[in-house]
Write a protein of this length. Structure first.
Length: 351
């Protein structure tokens, strides 16, 4: 999602800071790679600049558009990147392939300081984003959809509705609407019967679906009135409500799918020790909250919502009482099944 969030790519090789810590000898300066745009600008202010100021270490920033192929190339030969922000699928694949260094959690403060599912042996979660159900409260008021069953109920809520084009998330939401508990979604999707059931449910609203592809499209569809409700990235609703004074609501109670963006250290980095020190410095509750107040992405550390602005907290997937209503995107399932399910989805959509 962060890849589509209106990035204004930061200039590669932007040097931040003044002097190296005394006696630190490295092949090159620590290079940190994010998603660019609004996200990286927020991280720069809350995390990167304080690191340079407080440690005296130089820091070079770069940005990228994602993709495991890019990481495979970076893993060959001399490294030009050290710390990179990755999405869940890139973290799983890269860890399996040895692209990342295994983290020494004793140097990072321990995994127990994080919410469940926010860390692994190769990555430390930096923020959580989600795909949730949203609608225009100005039009539907307090009687808006409360569940994915409502989303699929065109008699109760007539009009077009929107989902992200493709099997990911569409199949999960279809099964939720069909009464499958969140904890059983991926077990069921691992069977032919489960996949058939999800597509059968999608059949019931196929003619009423407007498919979206870019993250900006769901809010545009709501603004234009083309759809009455949509799946959407949570940060997009926060941004449009702030910018345009719309009254779009997130129906957290319907259930949502969340994913974690993580920091990873490339295995061929010559700066592994400094990279771990960098991660320990930036991964604090206060700094995560500063980023969340700009982006409405959920912090990954425990007890890290105490300083979230009141106007931001309702949009956070990791807010108290909210995270329990969602479930984690099963990256391993989708890595193993995306090709086959993409093929079936495309054939179904073309019918």
């Amino acid at each position: 999602m962060t890849k589509t969030m209106g990035r204004l790519i930061l200039a590669a090789g932007l040097s931040v800071g003044l002097t190296m810590a005394a006696g630190a000898a490295m092949a090159r300066d620590l290079t940190v790679v994010g998603w660019g745009g609004t996200a990286q600008a927020a991280q720069d202010k809350a995390m990167f600049q304080p690191y340079v100021k407080d440690t005296g270490n130089k820091l070079v920033q770069d940005s990228w558009n994602g993709g495991i192929g890019v990481l495979r190339t970076k893993a060959q030969g001399d490294s030009t990147w050290d710390v990179v922000q990755v999405e869940a699928d890139e973290l799983v694949l890269g860890c399996e392939e040895g692209i990342y260094a295994k983290l020494d959690w004793s140097k990072l403060g321990g995994q127990e300081q994080y919410l469940p599912g926010m860390t692994n042996e190769c990555g430390t979660g930096t923020f959580v984003w989600s795909t949730a159900l949203a609608y225009d409260k100005a039009k539907l008021g307090e009687n808006g959809p409360k569940s994915w069953a409502d989303f699929f109920d065109t008699k109760k809520f007539p009009g077009k509705r929107s989902l992200r084009r493709g099997p990911r998330q569409s199949l999960e939401f279809a099964l939720l609407a069909d009464g499958v508990p969140a904890g059983d979604i991926y077990k069921l999707l691992a069977t032919k019967e489960g996949v058939d059931r999800a597509f059968k449910k999608l059949d019931t609203i196929k003619k009423d679906i407007v498919w979206w592809e870019a993250g900006s499209q769901p809010v545009q569809l709501l603004q234009s009135g083309e759809v009455v409700m949509t799946s959407v990235y949570n940060g997009r609703i926060f941004a449009v409500n702030n910018a345009d004074k719309t009254n779009f609501a997130l129906a957290w109670s319907a259930g949502f799918i969340y994913q974690v963006d993580s920091w990873a250290i490339l295995a061929n980095s010559p700066n592994k020790d400094q990279a771990e020190g960098f991660l320990k410095f930036i991964q604090t509750s206060a700094r995560q909250q500063d980023v969340a107040n700009v982006l409405a992405y959920g912090p990954t550390l425990k007890d890290s919502t105490s300083q979230i602005a009141p106007n931001v907290l309702p949009y956070l997937p990791t807010a108290p009482g909210v995270i329990e209503q969602g479930f984690a995107f099963d990256t391993t399932f989708w890595v193993d099944n995306i090709e086959a399910l993409n093929e079936r989805f495309n054939a179904w959509a073309a019918q």
